[in-house]
Design a protein around this ligand. Sequence first.
Ligand code: PMP
Length: 343
Amino acid sequence: MIPFRDTYRDIPLYSPAKKPCRVDLSDNTNLFGAPPSADRVLREEGFLRLARYPAGYAPDLKRAVARYADVAVENVTTGCGSDDVIDCALRAFLEPGDVVAFPDPTFVMVPLFARLSALKPVPVPLRAGSDLDLDLDVEGLLATGAKLIYVCTPNNPTGTVASRAAVERLVDRAPGVVLIDQAYVEFARGGDFLDLARTRPNVLVTRTMSKAFGLAGLRVGWGVGSPSLVAEVEKARGPYKHTTLGEAVAVSALTEDVAWMEACAAEAVENRERLRGGLKALGLEPLPSEGNFLLVPVPEARRVGESLRERNVNVRVFEGLTGVGDALRIGCGPWPMMASALK
Ligand code: PMP
């Protein structure tokens, strides 16, 4: 078992309107905490770096990402979280009034960023397959004519994955860019699309340091695509997207903490399946997730979420999700933390 430092003990939830909860399973972060090398970098180098600017366009971080993802530096862009890479990509490839298409339900920031840039968000429902599985409606996405199609796999909030066949069909036929958000890929059985980002000129894969790597507070994300695609995204971003400390810690994590990250991800997945068993025993039917979380359809999710919060447990409540209805999304981490939430 991975030892974890319970960073949730004294830190109030990011949403000040809510009462802090003892067990916060709401944001799909690495509940084992931050990677070991972060401690050293912050203690030994943190203060020294504060007075100067970081280098523009994060060359150290890009080199570390390129090594980790096995691509050239020219294939890499970075941002203040992968949120920011997505936001920059929308602005890089679309003009105000243009359509951005995405499966529904998916990551809520996409329609938000679209609207902030005066784009037209067009949701296309995920298709229900067998056994609660959900896959992309490729024809529906293509029919929007969008010059940028966003796909998230494993998908937030469902946890379901897009099939390779569907993604390849989409990439083959899309009139513009296909952005594949893989914020949770470290938890998945395969389903990594970096190979498409390396070989197809219209694919941008985004990844994050916020989930498996345990660095959500640093705000570091990255994207991989062809050099010309990446150059377009870089034109839509400013040079100073990272703090000196954020860049240094992300570099050390990508270089020294990969085995730690993989061990955390494996344990989160094991505990996710253990939680699934517990929920099924209660008569619930979580969706088949390949993320570090489960989406559990429950009637009156808001009321259930509120009663959990009364018991000091925070989970994410969704109401009226397309094709799912009301549901709770429950993040998975160390078993003692999960078990205390189940009590
Ligand atoms: N994509 C997905 C699917 C997410 O769930 C999140 C975080 N909730 C992000 C991207 C953004 O993560 P970050 O900006 O922290 O990299």
